[in-house]
Design a protein around this ligand. Structure first.
Ligand code: AMP
Ligand code: ZN
Length: 469
């Protein structure tokens, strides 16, 4: 099945064709480990997880690289403020990051390279850029990339290069579009860096942020690879500068498909540490939300739309997932029985097709989720009217297991377990007691079942034990 993505480079929806067979190389800009990641960051990582799982679902083999930025302006600034060495300081946040992605069931990438372990690779690229005339050393010893030398500069962010000041330089890692300038590849050491420096042909110093991703992507994915992702804020200057460095050094195209997710916003503004308007995952756990509720809330909005976040979002996710839980519990008992009726084959086939079509269309989760809801309501209707067969219920469960390969939020396994024989026996005894109008005994059995975690629900097919909660 062809898969389509919106490529930020062309601003068009394009059919995805990997460079080599079914193998897909993906580079995702990872966390800057100077603090706990925010829910905004997790929106980006969940989008990347959706991308990865969707491609796997369609049969592709993924090699995903997510870097850890463990040296840059922010990590140095905050480790110094905390009076700690850079490595000791970032260690804590690296550990927290891996705990957080595991909690959100974000599948692990194949590689998590750390910037501090790839300084020699960065130095090699900078040397090539100097040799080819794309870079120059300034008076303070820092090395800059000359944007005027790279004719394609601005092709991703569509920046207007006409009115730029030639020769202006920017040493900060982050800057705005209207201050486009020669950016730092290597930053000569100064007092503010403390004991953070590496030796280089240009004296002691440290790399700029952008060169980190050029070096690490090239090492693990080659000079040209399939997909590069990040939040929309990464497009300029970070990705624009990565393109300039990589293409100038290697003389070939850097990336075939650029995918950017829109921001998670609060009251109209990007959620970010610098604005102070953020929740970490830990904050939300403290408020009583669960990992799958947070995962569902972050998955539910198409990645190219802004996600206007509030706690109501999580409450809606809770309600939605509880509704599915109840559905699985009701249906679960049919699976272990041998009830005749409708096999639901056509329903399951058409819903699965709609699910796949949605995902293949630039990760259109709205369509995929609508298909899932349709299955829940239609299968639920068949069940309520006593028409759904055990085979049909099994097919519905299989469909949800299939959806879980991508969404991973449905408690299918738990609910599909069969009813234990002692529960069935008690349920039958209760039924007998009721027929004999021994309501006292019937109530006692009901209480005993409740204590065991079961309740009896009256369905069109007669009373059935249903697992509570
Ligand atoms: P950082 O740790 O700031 O380098 O960001 C890591 C990733 O999270 C990058 O891909 C950013 O673009 C992304 N990101 C940061 N804030 C948000 C947000 N509010 N919404 C979506 N993505 C974000
Ligand atoms: Zn990056």
């Amino acid at each position: 099945m062809p898969v389509f993505f919106y490529n930020t480079m062309s601003r068009c929806r394009e059919e995805f064709v990997p460079i080599e067979g079914s193998k897909v190389g993906i580079y995702t800009c990872g966390p800057t480990v100077y603090n706990f990641a925010t829910i905004g960051n997790f929106r980006a990582y969940i989008f990347e997880d959706l991308l990865r799982r969707t491609l796997k679902y369609f049969g592709y083999n993924i090699v995903q690289v997510m870097n850890l930025t463990d040296v840059d302006d922010k990590t140095i600034r905050d480790s110094r403020a905390a009076g700690m060495g850079l490595m000791a300081y970032t260690e804590k946040y690296k550990k927290a990051f891996f705990e957080d992605i595991a909690a959100l069931r974000i599948e692990k990438a194949e590689f998590y390279p750390e910037a501090t372990a790839h300084i020699p690779e960065m130095i090699e690229i900078i040397k090539t850029l100097l040799e080819k005339g794309y870079a120059y050393q300034a008076d303070d010893g820092s090395v800059y990339f000359s944007v005027a030398k790279f004719a394609d500069y601005g092709k991703l962010s569509k920046i207007d290069m006409e009115n730029q000041m030639p020769g202006a330089r920017v040493k900060n890692d982050e800057y705005a579009k209207d201050s486009v300038a020669d950016f730092a590849l290597w930053k000569a050491w100064n007092e503010a860096d403390g004991d953070v420096f590496w030796e280089s042909p240009w004296g002691k110093g440290r790399p700029g942020w952008h060169i980190e991703c050029s070096a690490m992507s090239m090492k693990y994915l080659g000079k040209t690879f399939d997909i590069h992702t990040g939040g929309i804020d990464n497009m300029f200057p970070h990705h624009e500068d990565e393109i300039a460095q990589s293409e100038a050094a290697n003389g070939c195209r850097f990336v075939n498909y650029w995918l950017h997710c829109e921001h998670l916003i609060v009251d109209g503004q990007k959620m970010s540490k610098s604005l102070g308007n953020f929740f970490t995952l830990r904050d939300l756990f403290e408020k009583g939300f669960t990992n799958r509720e947070i995962r569902w809330a972050l998955l539910g909005t198409h990645y190219r739309k802004k996600l206007n976040f509030g706690l109501g979002f999580l409450e809606n996710a809770r309600t939605a997932l509880q509704k599915f839980d109840a559905f699985f519990i009701r249906l679960g008992n049919l699976v272990s029985a041998d009830v005749p009726g409708d096999d639901a084959d056509q329903l399951v086939a058409s819903v699965s097709e709609a699910f796949r079509n949605g995902l293949a269309d630039d990760l259109n989760v709205s369509e995929a989720i609508a298909a899932i809801y349709h299955l829940e309501s239609e299968a639920g209707r068949l069940f309520e009217t006593g028409k759904l067969s055990s085979k049909g219920a099994t097919a519905v469960f299989d469909a949800f297991r299939d959806f879980n390969r991508v969404f991973d939020v449905f408690h299918v396994e738990l609910a599909a377990q069969s009813v234990p024989p002692e529960v069935l026996k008690l349920a039958e005894e209760r039924q007998r007691a009721r027929k004999l109008k021994d309501f006292k005994k019937a109530d006692e059995i009901r209480d005993a079942l409740n204590n065991m975690g079961w309740q009896i629900e009256d369905t069109a097919k007669g009373p059935r034990p249903i697992r509570i909660g």
